[in-house]
Design a protein around this ligand. Structure first.
Ligand SMILES: *[C@@H]1O[C@H](CO)[C@@H](O)[C@H](O)[C@H]1NC(C)=O
Ligand SMILES: *[C@@H]1O[C@H](CO)[C@@H](O)[C@H](O)[C@H]1NC(C)=O
Ligand SMILES: *[C@@H]1O[C@H](CO)[C@@H](O)[C@H](O)[C@H]1NC(C)=O
Ligand SMILES: *[C@@H]1O[C@H](CO)[C@@H](O)[C@H](O)[C@H]1NC(C)=O
Ligand SMILES: *[C@@H]1O[C@H](CO)[C@@H](O)[C@H](O)[C@H]1NC(C)=O
Ligand SMILES: *[C@@H]1O[C@H](CO)[C@@H](O)[C@H](O)[C@H]1NC(C)=O
Ligand SMILES: *[C@@H]1O[C@H](CO)[C@@H](O)[C@H](O)[C@H]1NC(C)=O
Ligand SMILES: *[C@@H]1O[C@H](CO)[C@@H](O)[C@H](O)[C@H]1NC(C)=O
Ligand SMILES: *[C@@H]1O[C@H](CO)[C@@H](O)[C@H](O)[C@H]1NC(C)=O
Ligand SMILES: *[C@@H]1O[C@H](CO)[C@@H](O)[C@H](O)[C@H]1NC(C)=O
Length: 467
């Protein structure tokens, strides 16, 4: 099919494989722009997959727990973990507990906003389509377990209206713990801060009847984003403390979130369950990508743990759940390999950020030796996202990460997702590109006109080299 198009023209239009230099620039922007808890958590995860793949849960060689490290082996992880503990709230007051109870047991002064404002609540959201209007209602249990028990209340790593987002930094903090000899920051070690974050999630956050831990701190609500922030941390904590219960809890959380958010018709996930603080019953691309990528991190963590053998059923189930999202998403992909902000809305704007994260999930299915079924769509998506990296290294055509129903100009997480996509791609390439059907360089094939300046400049080089 492609043979009838002159090779030079094809290259001019399509070459989109970002170079190491371009990726460094994309990554520098991501690191510099990130500050919110979930952004920093994503940065930590990306450092591990991109710069320290042998320490990532996707490594095929490193069992968990990791061997001891020295700080100079992981300087960026140390810096991020130290900054996190330096920003950790003092005298945290849990907004879901009665006011006379605080995490420290002391009667803390009233909660400050902590300077962290989560994504804005939209004043209006698009009308749900027929297939998304059947949101399941499960009774939220507003009072966390710790309220009426002796269980530790714990506290999050950072003050945040989202209960789930600060936990995204948990793996970073735990890797830093491996490289520190019990260093205390504001009186707390990395391990103590991580343990307190686990306690907070398990006992200090509202749940529903299915046991799902709320993504919000003050009220009960499910957000698909949570699957990338919380279960991977709980699983990792379980793997390094030899605690199978926590690995199982990570699995159970994904199960409960899927039960609460999955649209039965498309198999894609809604962004949020009904809740008083925000509203979005639609099939948000980023939410689905967070979920698919989070599911695969938990799957990988179980496989790396000493409990892998006894948890084969969970691994199989997680693979099915990730495949549901990937399989459904690719049906809606544009000719350019992009996902729309609300995946099933053919008139919505495209979001190259979610597309890049979804691409990484598809390629991880292959690097985990699960299946190559998603390689084709994933490489097409990564090419599509790459084409939207502009000449100064910013991913464009993105959703506004702080106001999810509208387009944005810049996306810190989006820039990180591109790097996660290439981290997965590089691991897949090292395996010999199993399942590849898209030519020698699958990122420079397919797609249509509309190449970015980078794409064109790159293509000139590729085209000349090819001749
Ligand atoms: C996010 O990370 C950067 C770099 O480590 C740090 O300067 C910033 O304070 C962090 N943000 C929060 C809220 O901790
Ligand atoms: C995938 O299979 C290859 C070949 O058997 C093996 O070398 C590699 O370690 C496996 N990867 C993972 C993540 O298990
Ligand atoms: C935290 O609470 C303790 C005990 O109530 C109090 O002594 C301390 O000053 C508080 N610290 C901050 C930073 O508010
Ligand atoms: C907190 O207040 C509730 C209701 O006012 C009361 O029943 C409970 O005993 C109090 N707990 C503590 C630790 O003072
Ligand atoms: C704790 O502080 C709150 C708010 O200042 C106050 O209403 C409450 O009575 C205090 N409770 C205790 C047990 O001191
Ligand atoms: C980063 O987050 C911290 C903690 O919430 C906040 O104080 C600071 O203003 C933020 N920095 C930027 C540049 O937004
Ligand atoms: C596993 O972690 C849970 C939650 O922190 C804890 O209650 C339990 O005692 C731990 N089990 C083991 C064997 O350490
Ligand atoms: C689809 O997206 C368009 C553009 O954002 C919007 O105007 C429309 O309301 C959306 N349709 C549905 C059914 O959500
Ligand atoms: C990407 O953004 C550019 C500039 O805003 C726009 O011209 C182009 O149509 C967008 N591409 C797609 C596929 O929406
Ligand atoms: C690339 O995109 C960023 C973010 O939208 C923008 O600030 C920058 O000006 C763009 N670069 C070029 C060369 O258009």
């Amino acid at each position: 099919m492609r043979a009838i198009i002159p090779a030079a023209l094809l290259a001019t239009v399509n070459a989109v494989h970002l170079t190491p230099n371009q990726l460094n620039t994309v990554w520098e922007h991501a690191v510099r722009m990130s500050n919110f808890s979930w952004e920093n958590g994503t940065i930590g995860e990306t450092w591990l997959e991109w710069k320290y793949p042998h320490l990532s849960v996707f490594s095929s060689t490193a069992p968990l727990p990791l061997p001891d490290l020295t700080p100079d082996q992981v300087p960026e992880i140390m810096q991020l973990a130290e900054d996190t503990l330096a920003n950790r709230p003092v005298n945290f007051t849990n907004p879901a507990l009665p006011t006379n109870i605080s995490a420290t047991g002391a009667n803390a002064s009233s909660t400050s906003e902590g300077g962290l404002r989560r994504r804005q609540t939209p004043t209006s959201v698009p009308v749900p389509t027929a297939s998304t209007s059947t949101a399941t209602s499960s009774t939220p249990l507003l009072v966390p377990l710790a309220a009426n028990s002796q269980l530790p209340h714990g506290q999050p790593l950072l003050e945040d209206g989202a209960a789930g987002d600060p936990a995204s930094l948990g793996v970073t903090v735990l890797v830093a713990d491996k490289a520190s000899s019990g260093t205390l920051i504001k009186g707390v070690s990395f391990m103590q801060a991580a343990q307190s974050q686990v306690d907070y999630l398990l006992y200090g956050v509202p749940r529903n009847e299915q046991g799902a831990i709320s993504h919000r701190a003050a009220t009960f609500q499910l957000w698909a984003d949570n699957v990338y922030m919380v279960p991977p941390f709980l699983a990792y904590f379980g793997a390094i403390t030899n605690n199978q219960t926590l690995l199982q809890t990570a699995f159970d959380q994904i199960s409960a979130y899927r039960q609460g958010l999955q649209d039965p018709e498309t198999k894609l996930w809604r962004h949020m369950s009904p809740g008083p603080e925000a509203e979005d019953p639609n099939l948000w691309a980023t939410g689905n990508a967070w979920a698919a990528a989070g599911i695969l991190r938990v799957l990988a963590t179980i496989k790396r743990s000493q409990f892998a053998e006894g948890m084969g059923d969970q691994v199989t189930q997680l693979q099915v759940w990730a495949a549901e999202i990937l399989g459904a998403s690719k049906e809606y992909m544009t000719h350019d390999g992009l996902l729309r902000n609300y995946i099933n809305n053919a008139s919505d704007f495209v979001d190259a950020a979610a597309t890049a994260l979804m691409a990484s999930a598809g390629l991880r299915m292959a690097t985990l030796n699960l299946t190559n079924d998603h390689v084709d769509a994933a490489t097409k998506m990564l090419a599509g996202a790459s084409r939207n990296v502009n000449s100064t290294g910013y991913l464009t055509n993105v959703t506004d990460p702080y106001s999810f129903h509208q387009p944005g100009t810049v996306s810190p997480e989006g820039n990180a997702f591109v790097v996660l996509g290439y981290a997965a791609y590089n691991d897949w390439e090292k395996m010999g590109k199993p399942g590849n059907t898209r030519g020698k360089d699958p990122l420079s094939g397919a797609g249509r006109a509309g190449a970015s300046l980078v794409g064109v400049l790159l293509a000139v080089g590729v085209g000349v080299a090819a001749m």
